[in-house]
Design a protein around this ligand. Structure first.
Ligand SMILES: [Zn+2]
Length: 699
């Protein structure tokens, strides 16, 4: 599955760890980032928990969240331009600095190297980054790097020419007006097939073209002006650009009318259309699929058409739309896609519409950051290799593997003892756990970039080369057995993801850093952070989410009706518990909304605790800073989860997010845990203790 078209159907970026995706969209001021960075630079950080961040004036048995995080919260006000702040957000900034540091160093080192085909990892990374940082050189070239492709577009005379340009743009991952990418077959997950998806819109989805709400109307007006500005930068006169923008918008609107909105386009039920190659040719007879598949070296085998109505509409438009309109449309999308890598006027125009207006960004990201993102997108595994050398030594990988082994064993033991699952369901659950494909740090096999040429003096040529490499690599997956070892994100990435269909969990080296994992820290600290998060995610494969997908990845309910009823009866206890958690008077959690994640947290805490106990039989954890291993474990969860969030953001969060707020991700599972009560010797009537007869237990 290509990075550009990650299917929302099966791939979930792990919110257990990353908390919520919107956090990642906010970039913190450099001042705050630098402060957050100091700890992890000092040789990997502390062995124990962050004692300086506790508020020991508060009783751990009364408000454990405040106890674990109070001083940290006082010392870490939310930056003024952000809605929340946490150690997890800080970790993203640290990651960015580490990656930029590697690239700065390599761009100096690669000066001395010979540029050319088959360059080594250092040359590829160093020269691409240097080519991107050379703003003066890029500005001097202006539009020149795009001239050959623009000429090809300008010289189009007929529909065959239009289709040839569409094929050229697809090689650069520009999805006009559709895209083909590899996808796991819904019906035979062991196979990877071609997936034809709708594309071709310059705005996010159909609503922006068709809805009457003022915000959409405003966006449409701004969008048209943006197209005009870009076309003018591309050499068109005022009137010509204005007319072209009208015809481009009209064409996109026709495409939008036949496409799904972004929510529906991510659902299997609406996008599952297995189609033979012959049927595809009937669906859109005016598109030359034979030529396309031959050039792209794709098998003429069964494939999926995510939105048949869209492809049929595209076929109509191929017949009805004049070549002149296609010229404007294809030129616009090429310029739009290339703008961030062209001269300053293009970069600024693209920023002002896409990031400032649509994305509400207050300032353009520094060039170093944008260039590092380009390296990540185009040369992700080359970058990952260097990152791993510096920040994820073999011993760290071995430690994470050991933690994972103990978590798997503890989860299996736990499943064997849960009272609500029948014997047959338990057997299937245990099989599914054993089948989990857990990828730690980096892929087993590194990508071979030796056929890629990267130059120090040609950013756009490098972007083209990198995109072609990645598109080609994606196409090579099609028609083959599904490669479970294929990564969708770079090993240096600070994110992690689950692929539910492939029963696969990917934890990149960039993610296996503080506060989730710290090689210098005690096992108790690591089981409390990474351990609980990972155990939480392992339970999703066999909980009510995972109960809808069988071990082969097919949609299939494998719990019995009795299991389901018993589960629901126990789940009601969790619903009631979280309904009782309020962020302010009158605003409490919706127990049903957070049910699945709350159960995951409770299971995560229990399983990771059992795994730590098992590990300590061989490798005891000492008392550190006066805290027992069990206390370190619980404090570590509270500290790695802790976050400060503005009240307004919390109000939105409880309405939209499937997770409890950070505070209740700590208080909820721990107040249910007899082991927590024991670790802090809490009295039976303490606020952090739910009486035994009222405790909720699923796992
Ligand atoms: Zn979860």
């Amino acid at each position: 599955m290509s990075r550009q078209f990650i299917s929302a159907v099966t791939v979930v970026f792990i919110a257990t760890f990353t908390l919520a995706s919107c956090e990642t969209l906010e970039s913190a001021p450099a001042k705050v980032a630098a402060r957050a960075d100091t700890k992890s630079e000092t040789g990997g950080g502390r062995e124990g928990i962050e004692t300086g961040e506790l508020n020991q004036k508060v009783d751990a048995c009364t408000d454990f969240y405040e106890f674990a995080n109070g001083t940290w919260r006082n010392q870490n006000p939310i930056p003024s331009n952000m809605q929340r702040w946490s150690r997890r957000v800080a970790a993203r900034n640290t990651n960015q600095q580490h990656v930029q540091g590697i690239l700065e160093e390599l761009s100096q080192a690669s000066l001395a190297m010979k540029t050319g085909r088959g360059g080594n990892t250092e040359q590829l990374l160093g020269d691409h980054y240097a080519s991107c940082m050379n703003e003066a050189g890029i500005d001097a070239l202006g539009l020149a790097p795009l001239t050959p492709l623009l000429d090809e577009i300008n010289n189009m005379r007929n529909m065959a020419d239009v289709q040839r340009v569409i094929r050229r743009l697809h090689e650069l991952a520009i999805p006009v007006p559709f895209a083909i990418a590899s996808a796991t077959d819904y019906h035979e997950p062991a196979n990877t097939i071609a997936n034809i998806v709708a594309g071709g819109l310059g705005l996010a989805d159909r609503d922006f073209y068709l809805q009457a709400e003022p915000r959409f109307v405003d966006t449409r007006a701004k969008y048209k002006t943006h197209i005009v500005n870009v076309l003018k930068l591309g050499g068109m006169g005022d009137t010509q650009a204005s007319d072209a923008a009208d015809s481009i918008f009209a064409l996109e609107k026709r495409l939008a009318e036949a496409s799904l909105n972004s929510a529906t386009a991510g659902e299997q039920v609406t996008t599952d259309h297995k189609t033979s190659f012959a049927q595809l040719k009937q669906l859109a007879p005016h598109f030359d699929w034979e030529q396309y598949f031959a050039e792209a070296k794709l098998p003429r085998a069964d494939l999926n058409v995510a939105e048949p109505k869209f492809i049929a509409q595209m076929d109509n438009l191929l017949q009805e739309t004049p070549v002149a309109t296609w010229k404007s449309y294809l030129k616009w999308h090429l310029l739009d896609s290339a703008s961030p890598w062209l001269s300053s006027p293009f970069v600024e125009e693209s920023f002002s519409f896409r990031e400032k207006y649509l994305g509400k960004a207050t300032a353009m990201k520094p060039r170093q950051e944008r260039c590092a993102e380009s390296v990540d997108a185009l040369l992700g595994e080359a970058l990952g290799k260097k990152y791993v050398e510096k920040y994820f030594p073999p011993a760290a990988k071995a430690k994470v593997q050991e933690i994972a082994r103990n978590l798997f064993a503890a989860l299996k033991n736990d499943v064997r003892t849960v009272p609500w699952m029948g014997a047959e369901t338990k057997r299937k659950a245990l099989e599914k756990i054993a089948d989990t494909n857990l990828q730690i740090g980096y892929p087993d096999q590194w990508k071979d970039y030796s056929r890629l040429t990267i130059r120090r003096d040609a950013l756009w040529a490098n972007v083209v080369a990198g995109r072609k490499f990645n598109v080609d690599e994606d196409r090579q997956q099609i028609g083959k057995p599904t490669n479970r070892n294929f990564w969708l994100i770079a090993p240096s990435s600070p994110s992690a993801y689950i692929d539910l269909q492939l029963n696969k969990l990917v934890l990149p080296a960039g993610f296996l850093q503080p506060p989730y994992f710290n090689f210098a820290a005690s096992d108790a600290v690591n089981y409390g952070a990474l351990g609980i998060g990972l155990a939480h995610d392992l339970t999703h494969a066999i909980d009510s989410n995972g109960s809808e997908t069988d071990i082969s990845g097919r949609p299939q309910k494998w719990w019995t009706v009795t299991d389901r009823n018993e589960f629901d009866r126990r789940a009601q206890c969790v619903i009631d518990q979280y309904e009782g958690y309020a962020i302010e008077a009158g605003a409490h959690h919706d127990g049903k909304r957070v049910l699945s994640e709350a159960i995951g947290d409770q299971g995560g805490v229990r399983v990771a605790y059992l795994a730590l106990q098992k590990s300590m039989q061989q490798k005891p954890v000492p008392m550190i800073d006066g805290f027992t291993p069990e206390q370190q474990f619980f404090i570590s969860w509270a500290q790695s989860t802790g976050a400060a969030m503005r009240l307004e953001a919390q109000r939105q969060y409880i309405k939209n997010d499937p997770h409890p707020t950070p505070k209740f991700r700590v208080i909820g599972p721990l107040s249910n845990s007899p082991e927590f009560q024991q670790a802090f010797a809490c009295k039976a009537n303490a606020a952090m203790v739910i009486p035994p007869e009222k405790r909720c237990a699923i796992w």
